[in-house]
Design a protein around this ligand. Structure first.
Ligand code: C2O
Ligand code: CU
Length: 544
């Protein structure tokens, strides 16, 4: 196994990703940052210099389990102190499973500024995937706002709540197109080469593996390539029993590999389209070009771009999630029973006039001393040592109406899981503060994969619904969606010593408290690296 060494400088730069000029965070001048390419069991080393001048940073390696290196998970407040301006921090971890993963900032709302990229882990030579292709390419899908994250954060965190609204653009691998017609050319210029559409060039007759990741701040997306079928073969690093779709629904935090065959008329180009679903969209579709060589890559297809599916049609989205099963011959069966069940109610709340998102009536706050250090070094006073709720008032709670009592509490308590125990998590969705509204939440677990045991509509029934769990071929994922007024059941083994974040991957929901933290097996860890310390009560000089 090899060492994959990267030296990154992270800084703010003016970019015109969708023709509109605004500050973005770049890695060595790029956003998205460089794709990390590695083979299974390689060690990735990233030496990161924070040149943001007035802002901390931390980078999370999304989908990488960090077995034995929980301190390099990159989650500010959970696994490390953030990296202060001017400092250099070295991340070093093993990529032990092939597949498609991502990395992104995990500090406040920083991710929304463009600090992200893809990780592709291939099999070692001589071992092959259960499918074949001629070439592969990674693309990252995001949504893009013109307001700064400071303005967004301030609005969200004010008594005078200001919602961020819908994004201005959708970017495909960092490229989009905003309508500049009413804006000054210095601010928005449609002829700026920085905002030319994303182009993927194909050779007629060849098959391509497209590794697709979504790191949207808010939006659920549909992705399609005009006139081409997508064969889904991988989800979050697991082999999927292949199925064919016209459009792929993808939630923030998910990755997929799809195979596409360049089998359409080769005399023209085709549209690549991303579309917002799940919210009444006002954002124009993101457009890229599938270029059939040797046509000119910048020639627009002769057709009107596909409009994408209806935003409010939940059925096809749920159906697609349900059709994702582990591939035959690659099935890892889940344990038949769990040792513990935690039911997490997803609600929007009002705490002393502030709008927050909550989990079982608790809205999450991070302590200023990272949990990993606090738990390992028994700094009991830095966060509440009580136990967060295992359930909500499921007997009486009406998930179809705004909360009767919309107040919740804020807390930084964590779930302590018995090492190696099997844990079931039920994510129960409910109505928000406004009538007849329930949102889609993509939940992401750090440090583990979980089996997706089932999806359902309405209120989860703890006696009946577990009988319908898929014990035969459930997929192992790290991110899963919970549909409006529905539930999703997960099962995982708490076998990775460390402290792990579990949260809605919508940045604004996480920022407003939609998260919990799990701890397991921390006594099995050796001494923590001092490089993760330096904030709160974790200052090395304060201890010894
Ligand atoms: Cu990709 Cu904690 O997130
Ligand atoms: Cu959410």
């Amino acid at each position: 196994a090899a060492i994959r060494y990267h030296k990154w400088e992270v800084k703010y730069e003016y970019k015109s990703l969708d023709c509109y000029q605004k500050l973005a965070i770049t890695i060595n001048g790029q956003t998205p940052g460089p794709t990390i390419v590695a083979e299974k069991d390689d060690t990735v080393v990233v030496e990161l210099k924070n040149s943001l001048l007035t802002e901390n940073v931390a980078i999370h390696w999304h989908g990488i389990h960090q077995k034995g290196t929980p301190w390099f998970d990159g989650t500010a407040g959970v696994t490390q102190c953030p990296i202060v301006p001017g400092d250099t921090f070295v991340y070093k971890f093993v990529v032990d499973r092939p597949g498609t993963y991502m990395y992104h900032a995990h500090y406040g709302l920083q991710r929304t500024n463009g600090l992200y990229g893809m990780i592709q882990v291939s099999l070692p030579p001589g071992v092959s995937e259960p499918y074949t292709y001629d070439h592969e390419e990674s693309i990252l899908l995001v949504d893009w706002y013109h307001q700064s994250t400071y303005e967004q954060a301030t609005g969200l965190n004010s008594l005078n709540f200001v919602w961020v609204g819908e994004p201005q653009s959708l970017l495909i691998q960092g490229k989009g197109m905003f309508n500049c017609s009413t804006l000054a050319a210095g601010l928005c210029n449609a002829t700026n080469p920085e905002c030319s559409p994303y182009v993927m060039t194909v050779v007629p007759g060849k098959t391509y593996r497209l590794r697709i990741g979504s790191l949207t701040s808010l939006s659920a997306l549909s992705f399609e390539i005009e006139g081409h079928n997508l064969t889904v073969v991988e989800a979050d690093g697991s082999n999927v029993e292949p199925f064919v779709v016209k459009n792929l629904f993808i939630y923030s935090g998910e990755t997929y590999s799809v195979l596409i065959k360049a089998d359409q008329a080769p005399t023209r180009n085709y549209w690549i389209v991303s579309t917002v679903v799940g919210r009444n969209r006002t954002t124009p579709n993101g457009l890229g070009i599938l270029n059939y060589s040797p046509n000119n890559p910048s020639t627009s297809p002769p057709t009107v771009p596909p409009v994408g599916p209806a935003w409010n049609d939940v059925e096809p989205r749920l159906a697609q999630s349900q059709s994702i099963k582990a591939r035959k011959d690659y099935i890892t069966r889940p344990p038949k029973k769990s040792d513990r069940t935690i039911i997490l109610l997803n609600t929007q709340n009002n705490i002393s006039g502030y709008i927050r998102w909550s989990v079982s009536n608790v809205s999450y706050t991070l302590p200023n001393t990272p949990y990993l250090i606090a738990v390992k070094d028994k700094l009991h006073h830095v966060f509440n040592q009580g136990h967060p709720p295992n359930d909500y008032d499921s007997q009486h709670y009406d998930i179809f109406s705004p909360p009767e009592n919309p107040s919740a509490t804020t807390s930084n308590k964590i779930y302590k899981l018995r090492f190696n125990s099997v844990v079931d998590i039920i994510l129960q969705n409910a109505n928000t503060l406004s009538k007849n509204t329930s949102e889609t939440h993509p939940w992401h677990l750090h440090g583990h994969n979980f089996w997706v045991m089932g999806y359902g509509k309405g209120k989860f029934d703890i006696h009946e619904d577990p009988k319908k769990y898929n014990l035969v071929d459930p997929i192992l994922k790290n991110t899963v969606s919970v549909q409006p007024y529905g539930w999703t059941a997960l099962r995982f083994r708490a076998d990775n010593p460390g402290v792990w974040f579990f949260h809605c991957h919508i940045d604004y929901h996480m920022f407003l408290g939609m998260a919990v933290v799990f701890e397991e097996g921390i006594e099995k860890l050796g001494t923590l690296p001092t490089s993760i310390m330096g904030c709160g009560k974790a200052k090395v000089s304060d201890r010894t």
